[in-house]
Design a protein around this ligand. Structure first.
Ligand code: NAP
Length: 338
């Protein structure tokens, strides 16, 4: 049984970034460990997630999630060990919850989800079996209405969401899966380990040209994690009645100016394209099916995943910035052990 200390470290946003965030925008501060109230549990975090959407929460703008407050702990997905029990959650249980970016979190028992470390390693609940995994599953199968025989292009393909999109598409009978990523090492991983049919390094030449070569017969589905030039290239290669899931536009999150592309939106008309945005929280009903199907593929060795684990809570802000730069292969995770 872990001892409850008087204080713990937590990350605060101390300045709103303009463009690329600088390390000085974040501060790791010591704060008292709060007493859980009725219906609350105290959790010692073991792993936390750093995600692209957190960049949006650093801006003081109205969005689908409220902005982080300055000089308050940031938040996000985390997995930890319960220290003080409540409402059916016992000390020693492991839970997935939203009190990340801090060593100790007090969270409502109702919002904490018990997870089983025997079933899957704890970090997997933040990645392949967590929010990014469900995003991939729902975004491909539900939002893009994927069907057997479709040719699929996914950007950000070596990341948490993208690597799962490509593999699910293959497992569900895609005729061709194409991915783009930002290093040759990542491109090789897509081809050798994840079974993509074609892949290219988007930093090595115009996306439209590389995509044309990789998908000479066109694509039926584009799963967009990147936006901008990638979206324009995909619109150019989509077949009539093609579908686009707009999951993310990471190329724009730190951009000081609106993107120049896509400039070819008029093609949507003649091709009768369907371009649909998504938020993973709208697809919670798919979770049991997702757990069963994707959990099964992982156990059978049919779906592979990588994680980039940065050790130490003191390195969480660097891990977040590194993820935005592309330092991660697969899900970027912070482990709280030093
Ligand atoms: P991730 O792909 O694991 O990590 C981010 C990756 O983005 C980096 O590794 C980097 O890889 C790539 N990247 C950074 N800047 C780029 C640029 N200018 N152009 C192209 N690629 C760039 O992150 P994730 O958690 O799986 O998220 C992927 C996308 O899904 C993000 O856009 C995120 O916002 C979105 N998302 C949306 C939802 C939703 O509900 N709508 C939920 C989860 C995630 P490279 O080395 O390949 O550049």
């Amino acid at each position: 049984m872990s001892v409850i200390p008087a204080t713990g470290r937590e990350w605060h946003l101390v300045a709103r970034p303009d463009g690329w965030p600088k390390p000085e925008a974040f501060a790791l501060r010591e704060a008292p460990v709060a007493e859980p109230g009725p219906g609350q549990v105290l959790v010692r975090n073991l792993y936390m997630s750093v995600d692209p959407y957190m960049r949006g929460r650093m801006n003081d703008v109205k969005s689908y999630v409220p902005p982080f407050q300055l000089d308050q702990p940031m938040e996000g997905g985390a997995v930890g060990e319960v220290l003080a029990n409540a409402d059916g959650i016992a000390a020693g249980d492991h839970v997935l919850h939203f009190g990340g970016w801090r060593e100790y979190a007090v969270v409502d028992a109702k919002s904490a989800v018990k997870v089983d470390p025997e079933l899957a390693p704890l970090p997997a609940y933040l990645g392949v079996l967590g929010m990014p995994g469900l995003t991939a599953y729902a975004g491909l199968l539900e939002v893009a209405s994927f069907k057997e025989g479709d040719a699929v292009f996914v950007s950000g393909a070596a990341g948490a969401v993208g690597s799962e999109v490509g593999q699910i598409a293959k497992l569900k009978g895609a005729s061709r899966v194409i991915g783009s990523a930002g290093t040759d090492e990542k491109v090789q991983l897509l081809l050798d380990e994840y079974g993509f049919d074609a892949a290219f390094n988007y930093k090595k030449g115009p996306v439209a040209e590389q995509l044309k070569e990789a998908a000479p017969d066109g694509i039926d589905v584009y799963f967009d994690n990147v936006g901008g030039e990638h979206l324009e290239a995909a619109i150019g290669r989509l077949k009539v009645h093609g579908r686009v899931t707009v999951c993310g536009m990471i190329s724009q999150y730190n951009a000081p100016e609106p993107p120049a592309a896509p400039r070819n939106l008029a093609l949507v008309i003649g091709k009768r394209l369907r371009i649909q945005g998504m938020l993973v929280q709208d697809h919670q009903a798919l979770q049991p099916q997702f757990f069963e199907e994707v959990g099964g593929w992982i156990r059978e060795g049919k779906l592979r995943y990588r994680e980039t684990v940065v050790k130490g809570v003191e390195n969480a802000a660097d891990a977040f910035l590194g993820m935005l730069r592309g330092d991660n292969i697969g899900k970027m995770i912070v482990s709280f052990e030093d």
